[in-house]
Design a protein around this ligand. Structure first.
Ligand code: PHE
Ligand code: FE
Length: 300
């Protein structure tokens, strides 16, 4: 899920670079200690992957997570994801980020970089705007096989990286990063975070074969993948930028609303205009709860 969740203390970034002792970023209101080692992070929050430090049990857990998800992609994940997931390499081991970056560089000029865990919004946006995707180094514990609160290496790699091989989606992610830097200046990050949530994390796409998932939060979830595409419970609404910016989201249960795009081109084009007037407009209108249905909603 990367960085877009309620960063409390805004850490000072030391412009001198390496070993600046960046402050960790915690979820929610900071009751839980951060899991990653932020001591090792550079000023831009990137660090070394330290691949040699993974244990055999870590690799084994990654393999089990990977195989559980891979077995249910057909008919639920979009083609672009299924076509690219093999680029992650053998599921037998947690991929080496440098080898993956070489492939990504060739495909779409993206790379993956290691980070200790959640990072502040601005650092996150800045990396995306440079076509560098931050991936958490650590893997969850075996008892978190079904559910982990913070994004780990499995969510970040399996959920997010395959679509970075798609040129249109790759360009959207970079534009999102640049847009995030601007939203920070305009104090509108909350609206932009909702766009991330309802597209990059929990987006659905309409295809000739039916609805399919492209959001990383869905694709890396054991239960929500099927739920999001086939359950009768949630509502599925056509992509609508302002509607999304007004809609709150849930971080602790399956979504009650998913937004459906027609294509990655539609997503890219709909988000290309200047957001400044849109933020102003959204700020003047009421927020929407995740269950609400409006007369203007295009229902799937
Ligand atoms: N068009 C947006 C802006 O002007 C930038 C953006 C692009 C944001 C794509 C998100 C996704 O702020
Ligand atoms: Fe994510």
């Amino acid at each position: 899920m990367a960085a877009l969740i309620d960063t409390t203390a805004e850490p000072a970034i030391d412009p001198r670079g390496v070993n600046s002792g960046v402050a960790p970023v915690t979820y929610g209101h900071g009751e839980r200690p951060p899991r990653g080692d932020y001591e090792q992070a550079r000023a831009d929050y990137t660090c070394e992957q330290d691949w040699g430090a993974y244990s055999a049990a870590d690799h084994e857990l990654y393999r089990r997570l990977y195989e559980r998800q891979a077995a249910q992609l057909s008919g639920l994940a979009c083609e672009e994801f299924i076509d690219a997931v093999g680029q992650l390499g053998s599921p037998a081991q947690i991929p080496r980020f440098d080898a993956l970056s070489e492939k990504l560089q060739r495909a779409t000029r993206w790379e993956v970089v290691a980070v200790p865990g959640l990072i502040p919004e601005e650092a996150f946006f800045s990396l995306l705007s440079q076509r560098r995707f931050p991936v958490t180094g650590w893997i969850r514990k075996p008892e978190e096989f079904d559910y982990v609160v913070e994004p780990d290496v499995f969510h970040d790699l399996f959920g997010h990286v395959p679509l970075l091989f798609n040129p249109m989606f790759a360009d959207y992610m970079q534009a999102y990063g640049a847009g995030g830097l601007k939203a920070s200046r305009l104090e509108s990050c909350e609206y932009l975070a909702r766009l991330y949530w309802y597209t990059v994390e929990f987006g659905l796409i309409d295809t000739p074969a039916g609805l399919r998932a492209y959001g990383a939060g869905i694709l890396s979830s054991a239960g929500e993948l099927r739920h999001s595409v086939t359950s009768r419970e949630p509502q599925r609404l056509g992509f609508d930028l302002e509607r999304i910016m007004r809609t709150r989201y849930k971080i602790d249960s399956y979504q009650s609303t998913y937004f459906v795009i027609d294509s990655f081109k539609q997503l890219f084009d709909a988000t290309a205009p200047d957001f400044e007037p849109i933020y102003e407009d959204v700020a003047g209108r009421p927020e929407l709860t995740t269950e609400v249905r409006l007369p203007s909603d295009r229902v799937f």
